[in-house]
Ligand binder design. Structure first.
Ligand SMILES: Nc1ncnc2c1ncn2[C@@H]1O[C@H](COP(=O)(O)OP(=O)(O)OP(=O)(O)O)[C@@H](O)[C@H]1O
Length: 275
């Protein structure tokens, strides 16, 4: 029987902008009813251009932000946000890796400490075990024992992304949200990090939500694909179905490697239709 790790039911997120005390302002419907399910050990790729709502959805999945309406379920359990925030057990099940790990690594913190930190904050793990688990994870992501006492600036972009992945895995999550994790890397390094992600998924039975604008990466890594467009899922299905027989005009233009100008004109026409 399939095990659903992540599910969203009719998630919406509105942002109210502008408008002072008496002003009316404006509402942006950043997400308009997103339904999705991801099975254990599978990868859902979310594709779409800037502003379509990918990051908003990532923030909701990682419980950094709350939806305006709809429900998020992790391992079949609805996520509840109380006055104290989200239950810590629930929160640790989902971890995120960003495009630019350098921004989230403290330049004065040695890599060993970066990896041990989640264990100090979230678990009362004895020092010896903390070190062992951090060292083990360092090796798992393809780095070496001598890297334990080095600082972030001493690593390449690809190595830093390995460190960010290792840190995300320290609390043994069920789900990783990978937000453009290889977009800032050189092509050859991209392939190495994607292979690492595939190996870790296999070894730990991890479930991935992989946000990307790069279709060749998506074709390589995804089991299922969702294409987002102005806050809506306009396409959602298996990778092969979406790539070989896209249904929505926007996806068709995106996948057909249509010249950018044509994609723009289709985009404009659809926006006019929606208005
Ligand atoms: N905090 C906010 N306040 C107001 N509007 C917001 C806020 N965050 C996002 N938006 C708007 O919501 C929409 C979706 O934004 P979001 O950042 O989720 O898109 P995205 O697809 O992730 O884009 P990018 O790839 O550029 O990050 C956009 O119109 C954006 O301007």
């Amino acid at each position: 029987m399939s095990e659903i790790v992540l599910e969203t039911r009719g998630i919406t997120r509105d942002y109210h902008i502008g408008g002072g005390f008496f002003g009316k302002g404006r509402t942006i419907n950043a997400l308009k009813g997103i339904d999705l399910k991801v099975e254990k050990g599978k990868t859902l790729a979310i594709v779409g251009e800037s502003g379509c709502g990918k990051s908003t959805l990532a923030r909701i999945m990682t419980m950094i932000d709350a939806p305006t309406s709809g429900e998020l379920l992790i391992d079949g359990k609805p996520v509840e946000i109380s006055n104290k925030g989200v239950d810590s057990e629930m929160r640790r099940k989902v971890q995120i890796v960003f495009q630019n790990p350098y921004g989230s690594l403290n330049p004065r913190q040695k890599i060993g400490d970066v990896l041990m930190e989640p264990l100090i904050i979230n678990e009362k793990v004895p020092v010896k075990e903390r070190r062992e688990r951090a060292m083990e994870m360092l090796l798992k992501v393809g780095l070496q024992a001598e890297h334990f006492n080095r600082y972030p600036h001493m690593f390449s972009g690809g190595q830093r992304q390995r460190i960010a992945i290792a840190r995300a895995l320290m609390l043994r999550p069920r789900l990783l949200v990978l937000d453009e994790p290889v977009s800032a890397l050189d092509l050859s390094v991209q392939a190495q990090v994607l292979n690492l992600l595939a190996d870790l998924q296999e070894e730990f039975g991890l479930t991935y939500v992989f946000i990307s604008h790069d279709l060749s990466v998506v074709r390589y890594i995804a089991d299922e694909v969702m294409v987002m467009y102005f806050g809506e899922a306009v396409e959602y299905g298996t990778r092969d179905a979406v790539f070989t027989d896209p249904q929505h005009e926007y996806t068709q233009s995106l996948f057909a490697a249509t010249p950018r100008a044509d994609v723009e004109s289709i985009r404009k026409r659809l926006a006019e239709k929606a208005a």
